[in-house]
Design a protein around this ligand. Structure first.
Ligand code: N7H
Length: 482
């Protein structure tokens, strides 16, 4: 072997060079960097007068959180927590705001309304509003817009969605009072106030059916660091594949290799989908129990098969028989094409099939979920607000760069379609039993192989699409420069 002189090594990239979006002061908070707060309110607002609304926006603007602000705070929180032997620093409380504008709101704020209307027509689902898309999305019957509390025709127009998220409920209340005062001074009407509250113990971190939520999210290139050993995944989070930033924020390369930057003001913005999804917990529990008896499975096990995770969050893909309590994202379904461990209809398999990524172009259909429950936990023997007659559910809140290809595709082409993902069996395996329509799901586990009639216990009770512009774009709107 001949001696090779050492090659000069390139300088290592400066810290943060591979994650420039982590320091963005343009991209609003909660899009890439989650607010992740226990107490949230979604204020649905209507502008009575465009000039007054611009004045409202310029006063509000300094309070709108940026990605950098959230990330800096989270870093400080983790550092202080580590120093205090994993105890949360009691004096570190955050309160953050995010602002989305509907097509009507963007048009009202714009100084050139005709041009704005033309530009919005490039985003047809957004311009159509959820009411316009209801039939395609399966929002009929119990989910019909006539049952909605907001967002339906005949109800007050919604121009803006203001998300207020806080650690401390008292601080949240104080801020809401200030925001009411600000609104009143500028003729901005509150059309609806949607509450969001993390559930009390023992359900903290879980949604109303009892399953742990908020586990799996897409990792984002240029925002999350790649893992040194497996650079397709996020550092330390094997299983969370890095997705192009353009799938969540406009103006960056997306999974199709293109970037949406026309009109220029969409850059660094993201679309928001907010839905009030009511959950009939008593109905779900009763039907799971009944169908479990029919197939001879424990209700906990049938529930896990319907969702694809046990209530603890442990995936059935790794533990099909009992709940080991290990919450992880490091799994796929490659060893289970027929769905013995995780049925093909299971909620998390429908909404993220985890196959080799090209098969369904999965990276084109991912969403950044930022939901939070509303209402008291279901406890029929309990007090006021805990029974059948009280409303409870999930404030489904999410961000994406393309409503049609991401949220609507996932709901319509994946969750609602009894035949997705395609397989070899003659009988389709059924729709998503959590968010899909009423239908038959076919269990194909060796111990239980049987079609089961299932119903939908999640109903849409309000919906709005908004766009969360970059901070500099909000400033332009406030200054009548757009
Ligand atoms: Fe779903 N549930 O309790 O059953 N969801 N979801 N979801 N959901 C997930 O992985 C639930 C809804 C997605 O990456 C978990 O974080 C309920 C809508 C996606 O593996 C649980 C409602 C849409 C994922 C639930 C509801 C989605 C996901 C596991 C309504 C999109 C990640 C926890 C009330 C149209 C999949 C976790 C992945 C996970 C439930 C709504 C999509 C427990 C109750 C409307 C993409």
């Amino acid at each position: 072997m001949s001696y090779q002189p050492a090659q000069p090594q390139p300088d290592p990239p400066p810290p943060g060079a591979d994650t420039p979006l982590r320091n963005s002061e343009e991209i609003q908070g909660n899009i890439l960097a989650a607010f992740n707060k226990d107490h949230q309110r979604f204020l649905l607002l209507r502008f009575e007068d465009p000039t007054a609304a611009r004045a409202w926006l310029s006063e509000l603007l300094p309070e709108i959180a940026t990605t950098k602000q959230i990330e800096d705070w989270n870093e400080e929180f983790s550092r202080r927590r580590k120093e205090a032997d994993n105890v949360d620093p009691p004096d570190l409380n955050a309160l953050w705001l995010n602002l989305g504008l509907t097509p009507a709101g963007l048009t009202k704020l714009s100084a050139n309304q005709d041009q704005m209307r033309t530009q919005l027509s490039a985003f047809p689902s957004f311009a159509a509003t959820p009411q316009g898309q209801a039939a395609d999305l399966g929002d009929s019957g119990e989910s019909d817009p006539t049952k909605w509390k907001f967002g339906a025709s005949g109800q007050a127009d919604i121009d803006a969605v203001l998300t207020v998220a806080a650690d401390d409920p008292l601080e949240l209340e104080r801020k809401l009072e200030q925001l009411t005062d600000l609104r009143n001074r500028h003729q901005v009407e509150e059309v609806f106030r949607q509450e969001g509250e993390t559930l009390p113990p023992p359900l903290t971190g879980h949604e109303h059916f009892g399953f742990m939520d908020g586990i799996s999210q897409p990792a984002v290139k240029q925002f999350h660091k790649p893992d040194p050993g497996s650079p397709q995944f996020r550092e330390g989070k094997i299983g969370e594949r890095l997705t192009p930033a353009g799938e969540f924020v406009l103006g960056y390369e997306n999974a199709s290799g293109t970037s949406v930057s026309d009109p220029a003001w969409v850059r660094d913005g993201s679309f928001q989908v907010l839905r009030r999804l009511q959950q009939d917990v008593g109905g779900w529990n009763a039907l799971v129990q009944e169908r479990a008896g029919q197939v001879g499975l424990e209700p906990e096990k049938l529930g896990a098969k319907l969702v694809g995770r046990w209530k603890s969050g442990a995936p059935t893909a790794l533990s099909p028989d009992q709940d080991p309590g290990n919450v992880t994202n490091a799994f796929d379904y490659e060893d289970d094409p027929p769905g013995h461990k995780t049925p093909l209809f299971a909620h998390i398999r429908k909404t993220y099939p985890r196959t080799a990524q090209q098969r369904f172009q999965e990276d084109r259909h991912r969403i950044m979920r930022r939901g939070i429950p509303f209402g008291e936990p279901f406890n029929p023997g309990g007090g006021y607000g805990e029974g059948e007659d009280a409303e409870r559910g999930l404030v489904f809140n999410m961000y994406c760069a393309d409503i049609k290809e991401q949220f609507e595709f996932m709901q319509q082409q994946w969750a609602n379609d009894a035949g997705f993902p395609p397989d070899q069996e003659p009988l389709p395996h059924g729709p998503d039993p959590v968010i899909g329509p009423d239908g038959q799901v076919s269990l194909r586990s060796p111990e239980a192989r049987q079609p089961l009639d299932f119903r939908r216990f999640v109903h849409t009770r309000g919906a709005v699409y908004a766009f969360c512009p970059a901070k500099s774009v909000l400033a332009q709107l406030a200054a009548s420069q757009l």
